[in-house]
Design a protein around this ligand. Structure first.
Ligand code: G4P
Length: 535
């Protein structure tokens, strides 16, 4: 095997996703501890924005500013190169998270044992399902009273729409939590509440071994045996040699533990490195790109603005999809049809940002940018390719954006366009009135946009309320093209006031209520209404 091929095979690029407060930051930190990337707990500066009132959003942007360092955390573990892509904790930045998910090859979902599946997790899982991303689940906070584990597994299956199989099993929870039986490795891990030390595990190929009774008590040992029997009957068996279902995103292995107490994390990590996929092939409009191709290709999935108005530079985060990226080599920026080279690309090891000479498929490189990049841009060794799969999702909130300073129209237009390219929010233009509408996931983004327009572009905007339910991308039913063509024509003439263009010039139907959308779906059966721009 060439050295390039083995570099690619040993890479594991993934994201940890969760509802805020389930323990994503804590788990990330513990994984870094195992990887030796950090040496003390508490070293990960969390970029999450929590318990912050909207009036504190300056503080929030400051936090986002420092979060460049934690955007990607690379570390080595047992010969694997692991890249964790961080996602913003605050739900108002969910769109950032959606896009980050397009750059990972697998995902670990953290669930709070007491709270079960929460809204944010449900939404993020939709994106994983769309992309058939392989998923592992870590049920966290077992040191607290939690839901019954069987109940939790049912909930995960039904709420997240994925089959599960437990690879470890908890012995009680909360005060009575005694540890987990590791089904994957046939070991018993006894719990000692300790935030710094890692518990030694004991190997038991036979759970009927009476030694277990003396360790956790007869009653709990009996219960454990019954539970394990039930698990064998109900859940599919899992072997590292047959991971097809997991790799297709149909089956999620589940681990239980307590990230805060560094318990159950090593088991998760060990299983993860063995089963999680190395970089997967990626679809472009033209063809499928394989990671082991010789030519470099990559796409921009995130742009991080520098909040300091004196340094108007950004970092564009590029996922290397194939080949090897090299410093100071010319690559084609497909959209601009220009060759560019980069003298100071950065990679991310632990929490340090370092200039790198090369990066392989699966890695993320940060390119200093002064406005050349948009989300979704492709870089290649010369070929014209356009990566697919960076969909826009219907925003949740909409407002008209108006100019508050007539002398500064140009600045406002420029600022709005650049912020949209960066992916801060989505812009729609009403097809009749030409009025600009900004769509966001949360209120915070409106405030961020207003602030940044003022401080970076010297432009002032004001917001006008707009009651809107969803933005739907419309498509003709491909099964009945003729009827669909006619219906679409009718639909467009009758609903012009509800139609807008998105930033790519695609038609979007802005439904002001769920009822109006339902009516439209009933009346126009040959038109499909989608909540994402890719279907
Ligand atoms: P997030 O990134 O998903 O938002 O969650 P984070 O890791 O920050 O964890 C949220 C809270 O849950 C933190 O407490 C954290 O210490 C706690 N936590 C994480 N894992 C466990 C666990 O296994 N058991 C218990 N009991 N708690 C856990 P906090 O008080 O909000 O923050 P902090 O002051 O401890 O940082």
């Amino acid at each position: 095997m060439s050295s390039e091929a083995s570099e690619i095979l040993r890479r594991r690029t993934f994201a940890i996703i969760s509802h805020p407060d389930a323990g994503k930051t804590t788990l990330t930190e513990k994984l870094l501890l195992y990887g030796g990337a950090i040496h003390v707990a508490g070293a990960v500066k969390s970029n999450k924005i929590r318990k912050t009132a909207t009036s504190d959003w300056m503080e929030i942007e400051k936090q986002r500013g420092i979060s460049v360092a934690t955007s990607v955390m690379g570390f080595e573990y047992e010969g694997y190169k692991i890249n964790i892509l961080d996602t913003p904790g605050h739900q108002d930045f969910a769109e950032d998270t959606f896009r980050t998910l397009t750059a990972v090859d697998s995902v670990i979902i953290v669930i709070d044992a007491a709270k079960g599946v929460e809204t944010q997790t449900r939404r993020l899982m939709q994106v994983c399902r769309m992309r058939k991303t392989p998923v592992m689940v870590f049920v966290n906070k077992m040191d607290r009273e939690g839901k019954d584990p069987f109940e939790l597994l049912d909930e995960i299956e039904s709420e997240l729409g994925i089959n599960v199989t437990p690879l470890s099993w908890p012995i009680n929870s909360g005060q009575r939590f005694k540890g987990v039986y590791n089904i994957f490795q046939h070991t018993l891990d006894l719990y000692q509440p300790d935030k710094t030390h890692v518990t030694e595990s004991m190997r038991y190929d036979d759970v009927n071994n009476t030694e277990i009774d003396s360790l956790i008590g007869q009653q709990d040992a009996e219960k454990l045996r019954q539970d394990l029997e039930l698990i064998t009957e109900v859940y599919p068996a899992f072997s590292v040699d047959d991971t097809a279902e997991y790799l297709q995103g149909d089956l999620a292995p589940v681990f239980f533990g307590s990230a805060l107490n560094t318990f159950g994390v090593r088991e998760l990590l060990e299983c993860f490195v063995r089963i999680a996929p190395s970089p997967r092939p990626v679809m472009t409009e033209e063809r499928e790109v394989h990671p082991d191709e010789e030519q470099f290709t990559g796409f921009v999935f995130k742009i991080h603005a520098n909040m300091d108005p004196n340094h108007r530079s950004c970092i564009a985060f590029v996922k290397v999809c194939s080949g090897k990226f090299m410093r100071n080599v010319y690559y084609k920026h497909v959209r601009l049809n220009q060759n560019m080279r980069f003298s100071a690309p950065t990679a991310f090891m632990a929490q340090k940002k370092e200039t790198v000479d090369e990066a392989y498929a699966g890695d993320i490189v940060g390119l200093p940018d002064t406005g050349n990049f948009k989300i979704g841009d492709t870089l290649t060794g010369g070929e014209v390719l356009h990566f697919k799969g960076l969909p826009s999702f219907s925003p949740e909130m909409f407002k008209y954006i108006e100019n508050a300073d007539p002398m500064k129209q140009k600045q406002l237009d420029k600022g709005v366009n650049q912020l949209m390219d960066e992916g801060v929010a989505q812009l729609f233009v009403n097809q009749v009135t030409g009025r600009k509408i900004i769509g966001t996931v949360g209120q915070l983004q409106f405030e961020v946009i207003q602030y940044r327009l003022e401080h970076e572009y010297n432009a002032r905007c004001k917001w006008e309320p707009l009651q809107m339910y969803k933005a739907c991308w419309i498509e003709k039913d491909p099964d009945s093209p003729q009827e669909a063509e006619e219906e679409l024509r009718l639909f467009k003439t009758r609903k012009t006031q509800y139609l807008a263009y998105d930033k790519e010039g695609r038609d979007v139907f802005l439904a002001d209520s769920a009822y109006l959308l339902q009516m439209a779906q009933n009346d126009y059966k040959h038109i499909r209404f989608h909540f994402t721009s890719e279907f």
